[in-house]
Design a protein around this ligand. Sequence first.
Ligand SMILES: Nc1ncnc2c1ncn2[C@@H]1O[C@H](COP(=O)(O)OP(=O)(O)O)[C@@H](O)[C@H]1O
Ligand SMILES: [Mg+2]
Length: 281
Amino acid sequence: MIRLENVSYTYMSGGPFEKKALDDVSLHINEGEFIGVIGHTGSGKSTMIQLLNGLLKPESGKVIIDGTDLSEKGVNIRDIRFKVGLCMQYPEYQLFEETVLKDICFGPLNMGLFQKEAEERAKFAANMTGLPEELLDKSPFDLSGGQKRRAAIAGILAMEPKVLILDEPTAGLDPAGRDEILFKIRDMHKRMKLTVLLVSHSMEDVAKLADRILVLNSGRVEMFGTPSEVFAQSARLREIGLNVPQITMVADRLRAAGADIPEGIYTVGDCYRILLPMLKR
Ligand SMILES: Nc1ncnc2c1ncn2[C@@H]1O[C@H](COP(=O)(O)OP(=O)(O)O)[C@@H](O)[C@H]1O
Ligand SMILES: [Mg+2]
């Protein structure tokens, strides 16, 4: 579904403030995968995802989406934007219509759908994100933080993308709001068979949801593997300024204290299954 081949990107190239944000990134993501993208601030996460829907163009290398090389002549970037839905960080700043419904319909109408179909899709999308229908006639500015986030995500879902990319969708929400949104994202991934890229600061969230985790460090791919493979390298993760899930930390400390616990533990369930027989002994 997504292929990056030796992709590099530099901001303000040639100027005194030149900044290489991505450096020779190559990776494949399969259709239907749930990918967690993590990395320290400034590691290139937002840059990478903007390359995936054509908002940014690579300085070198190829971005291939669903078989289409975005750099080829005649490729309609508009179509790519509909296929790869990108929910930017703090999307609530992009809500601007009089009502929530109109806001969610904006994308589908922009795609050329008729009002009725756009509204049907908007209602379905609102439902998927857990936004109550009675809020659809309100002004987006009357919504709570979590509701605004849902409205923004619904606006993207209503375009029926194949890939849904979310840049820190839970940033700034309280823990309850955060869990609800993550739960809904998991739901959408399953029910709509979406390929999902979730950019997150939180190892706990990513560990719970992702099939594979992409770790970026200074614009390069540091690791790309299953949660267990990635969290087995907890020392390296800490070196590059990232946390590991709390349960991985517990397992690491028990191992350091002499307990026979394998690397790559990241769920409470796994730790429990390993500890229980040891405790019985
Ligand atoms: N518009 C921009 N102009 C100049 N430099 C930028 C711009 N956006 C990002 N950068 C720089 O590029 C690097 C990668 O940034 P970004 O992709 O936003 O990382 P992340 O999302 O992981 O925090 C950082 O060093 C950042 O300062
Ligand atoms: Mg970012």
